[in-house]
Design a binder for this molecule. Structure first.
Ligand code: ARG
Length: 626
């Protein structure tokens, strides 16, 4: 509201001083004031305006103030008197909101939707998350693609968009065929039985297959060059030959898999089911919504790839290059390879087909990819190729909007580091299994809850501890700028102090606790009385809390737009600390008069609802009691 009024005041002031304005709606450069004693906001537009026109900035500020007070603009319903004394320094205009305005705005925020109005026509947002690979245990690296992806999906859901999650499972290609082949051979030789196969077996066989298929050509060349003797050469020759043989067998398996040969497919399906059961269990424990229905693996695109490449070739979008097929994307030096010279398709081909399906079939106006930052080039290429091909074009004939492409966003994330600053690993240098990692967080959460509240019944302590542990690791993953690597420390996260998940859960429980206290004292107002109580903002700490609460809808919308859950986390943390300053400074249940008591109780209730909503909007599970 202020921005709109001040934009109009600036236009009027510019007209009166004959300053030409390049822009119909000038930016009033409004900022939250850094000095609460001077005002709540500042309008910083006068300086730039004066500079361009060679005028005195204080005169320009004066003209803006005069225009703001004119009957046409009438700022007095929003701000307390703005006059010559409001102008500071070279021409800043200090603005103090009217006290009754804040109360009225909070009253409006205090609706079931918390000021977040559903869009007139919801958009479909596809969120690509999790992205596990077949036959491999999920490790700690997968937590980011799952937790950040789920948070992004939840934010859009909260804003009223139609969200479709897509778990782009790595379940196709030569690597997968290699494991299928390995399992088939092991089963045939009686070394394992399909019925009792575990994900642990698969993980081991996957690595073994990889090793067997890596020809040490470089080693062989070295042996020959440096004349390291016939024995070494013979050994390596055998290994190279073996690898070539393994690759040839894997390729044959892939061909059978692609032809849906029942025997090979049954093994593949068994591997798929084992991997997905583990994946969905981990996601469930992380309180992240990833389901079997929301999983569309690479295999689901396999039959479309040939047609995609043919289509792109036919329309001149793709071109042959040394026997292979590539798409050249403007501004990217590396061409995007979509078919190898041996006819095989690539990760990129599948992702181009996926964009086509997501936009054309699922109706996405936006597709967000929560994937490791090291895949940035891949996504730039794939987005560029899909747009060039017209696959990302949004069809909205009914909306009479100009044609446009879906928004394709790579919500990239950095690595998790151990406390020594190198990638997070176990002591023996292995990747940390996600399941073990979750176990440890839950165990630690339970330990701290037991230590803090020894009187809680065991079952309840276990449940609360689990939520605290999960909230801790999720909050740690969500609260930093996602593009940065972050150092992970269980000790620093699973504590009730500082910027941590458990602290925020506790803050929320404390806000709600005041209503339990009121109930125990027999002075709990009815819901109707509370909802009807006018909110009166008088104390500075109340005002700071009120101003922050009012930013919630815009914070959430902005965080979703840029796929940055950390902005919601920062909002929640700041809200908790402003609440605690308010609580220290302003008596609530013991307020001097009934009107103040009700006003403050309503402010507490609103704070609790907004805090809970913020945490849930990014997927942090909350608690009623701790
Ligand atoms: N499975 C892939 C990996 O482990 C992640 C998939 C990401 N999503 C996508 N559409 N490419 O790297």
């Amino acid at each position: 509201m202020l921005r709109d009024r001040f934009a109009r005041a600036i236009r009027a002031a510019a007209a009166s001083l004959s300053i030409p304005l390049p822009d119909e709606s000038p930016d009033p450069r409004l900022e939250a004031s850094k000095r609460a004693d001077l005002g709540d906001f500042q309008c910083n537009a006068a300086m730039a305006l004066a500079k361009g026109a060679g005028k005195n900035p204080r005169d320009v500020a004066q003209a803006i103030v005069a225009a703001a007070n004119s009957p046409e603009i009438g700022i007095e319903d929003l701000a307390e008197s703005i006059n010559a004394k409001s102008i500071a320094g070279p021409g800043f205009i200090n603005i103090r909101l009217r006290a009754d305005l804040l109360g009225a705005l909070l009253g409006r925020l205090d609706s079931p939707a918390l000021g977040i109005e559903p869009p007139a026509s919801p958009e479909t947002v596809v969120v690509d998350l999790c992205g596990v690979n077949l036959a491999k245990q999920m490790h700690v690296g997968h937590i980011r693609a799952t937790v950040i992806g789920d948070a992004v999906a939840r934010m859009f859901e909260r804003l009223g968009q139609r969200v479709v999650r897509q778990n782009h499972v790595g379940d196709w290609g030569l690597n997968i065929a290699m494991v299928v082949m390995k399992v088939r051979e092991e089963a045939a030789s009686g070394r394992l039985s399909l019925g009792t196969l575990t994900l642990g077996d698969l993980d081991r066989l996957y690595k073994q297959a990889q090793r067997e298929a890596s020809p040490d050509k470089w080693g062989l060349a070295t042996v020959r060059e440096f004349g390291l003797g016939p024995k070494a050469a013979a050994e390596l020759e055998e290994q190279v030959g073996g690898a070539e043989d393994a690759i040839a067998r894997a390729k044959a398996t892939l061909v059978r898999l692609q032809a849906r040969d029942p025997e090979v497919e049954a093994i593949w399906k068994r591997i798929y089911d084992l991997t997905m059961a583990d994946c969905l269990a981990n996601c469930g424990r992380l309180h992240a919504s990833v389901t079997a229905e929301a999983s569309a693996g690479e295999s689901s695109y396999a039959d479309e790839l040939g047609a995609v490449v043919d289509d792109l070739l036919a329309r001149g979008i793709a071109e042959p290059s040394e026997g292979a097929v590539v798409v050249r994307v403007e501004g990217i030096a590396e061409p995007c390879l979509i078919r190898k010279s041996d006819g095989g398709f690539l990760y990129a081909t599948t992702d181009i087909a996926a964009i086509r399906r997501r936009v054309q079939r699922l109706g996405a106006a936006r597709v967000v990819y929560c994937v490791d930052i090291r895949q940035s080039l891949h996504f730039r290429q794939v987005f560029g190729a899909a747009i060039k091909a017209g696959y990302a074009r949004v069809a909205e004939p009914e909306k009479q909007r100009p044609e446009r492409d879906a928004v394709l966003q790579h919500a990239a994330f950095g690595m998790i580091l151990g406390e020594d600053g190198t990638p997070f690993k176990t002591r023996s240098g292995e990747n940390v299994r996600l399941a073990d990692f979750i176990d440890e967080a839950v165990e630690r959460g339970r330990a701290i809850v037991r230590a803090k509240s020894p009187d809680l019944p065991e079952e309840e302590a276990a449940r609360i501890g689990e939520v605290a542990g999960i909230a801790a690791i999720k909050y740690a993953d969500l609260s930093g700028d996602r593009t940065r690597d972050y150092v992970f420390s269980m000790d620093k996260l699973i504590t009730f102090e500082g910027d941590t998940g458990p602290y925020l859960l506790y803050a929320l429980v404390r806000v709600k606790g005041i209503f339990r206290q009121a109930a125990e004292a027999g002075s709990l107002p009815s819901d109707e009385a509370l909802a009807a109580a006018p909110i009166r903002i008088t104390e500075p700490s109340e005002k700071a809390l009120a101003l922050h609460l009012l930013t919630y809808p815009a914070v959430l919308a902005g965080a979703a737009e840029s796929c940055e859950p950390h902005r919601v986390c920062a909002f929640a943390y700041e809200l908790a600390s402003l609440y605690s300053s308010f609580y220290d400074a302003c008596p609530v249940l013991k307020a001097g008069d009934e009107a103040t008591r009700l006003s403050r109780l309503r402010l507490c209730a609103l704070t609790g609802r907004v805090l809970g909503d913020a945490l849930q909007s990014v997927g942090i599970p909350t608690l009623e009691r701790m």
